[in-house]
Design a protein around this ligand. Structure first.
Ligand code: PGA
Length: 258
């Protein structure tokens, strides 16, 4: 049984104070909620403080990227051991913004996955095609190529999470339709299966909002959501965590906190 995961990717947002204030409210609201795994990915500067705020809760913390070397003269880089030391359980790897702005390639994602695995960090490994790749019929080849990074790494199914994030849906307000997302997720699962990863969770990401979360989560191969913009707002993020569950959002969370 694949347990649903809702992960918030804060990208380049929130000071330490803003991040810990959010984490404190989230922890208070989710106190008796353990039906879905909840993860937040603050910027590096806030990782340790947020991890401390969330210690003893069900909510886990993720880095947004990890460098692959363990130490040395790599100015600006952060290692997997440092991320672990800051209290993280997860790290994103291969987000499309890293591929676009920071020259991430299939080869460097392999190195990052290896580095994360070596210290027991669970990678949330992001893949997804651009609009041009989709429209020119290359979507399946692109996903196959990006996912090939996992092929020889011998992860157990629970030691890695995959996120399908069509680049054209990220931050654009254009969400993939439920059937487009389901079709891509089924394709991704088909690639993961021969790697022994058929039970690995596959999250959908790209313009997820409270209004579309339940429909996406109802798809058979969607095991959770990776939420960017909407995870910055506590009410929207809580609504997405509760989406599609029996009962209302108000039933789920203690709303006495602001
Ligand atoms: P978005 O970002 O929800 O703002 O589209 C998703 C992501 O990049 O992980």
């Amino acid at each position: 049984m694949r347990r649903m995961m809702i992960a918030g990717n804060w990208k380049l947002n929130k000071t330490i104070g803003e991040a810990t204030a959010f984490a404190d409210v989230l922890a208070k609201r989710l106190v008796s909620h353990d039906l879905r795994d909840v993860v937040i990915a603050p910027p590096y500067t806030a990782l340790a403080a947020v991890s401390q705020s969330l210690s003893g809760t069900h909510i886990a913390v993720s880095a947004q990227d990890v460098f692959y070397e363990t130490e040395g003269a790599f100015t600006g880089a952060i290692s997997a051991a440092m991320i672990k030391d800051a209290g993280c359980t997860y790290t994103l790897v291969g987000h499309s913004e890293r591929r676009l702005y920071f020259a991430e390639t299939v080869e460097t994602t392999v190195k990052r996955l290896v580095a994360a695995k070596a210290v027991g960090l669970i990678p949330i490994f992001c893949v997804g095609e651009t609009l041009q790749e989709r429209e020119s019929g290359r979507m399946h080849d692109v996903l196959r190529s990006q996912l090939s990074a996992l092929a020889t790494l011998d992860f157990s199914a629970n030691a890695v999470v995959v996120a399908y994030e069509p680049v054209w849906a990220i931050g654009t307000g254009v969400v993939a339709s439920e059937s487009q997302a389901q079709e891509a997720h089924a394709f991704v699962r088909g690639i993961l299966a021969p790697m022994g990863l058929s039970e690995t969770r596959i999250l959908y990401g790209g313009s997820v909002k409270p209004s579309n979360a339940a429909g996406l989560l109802a798809q058979s191969d969607i095991d959770g959501l990776l939420v960017g913009g909407a995870s910055l707002n506590i009410t929207d993020f809580l609504k997405i965590i509760a989406a599609g569950q029996p009962g209302s959002y108000e039933d789920w969370f203690d709303l006495q906190f602001p």
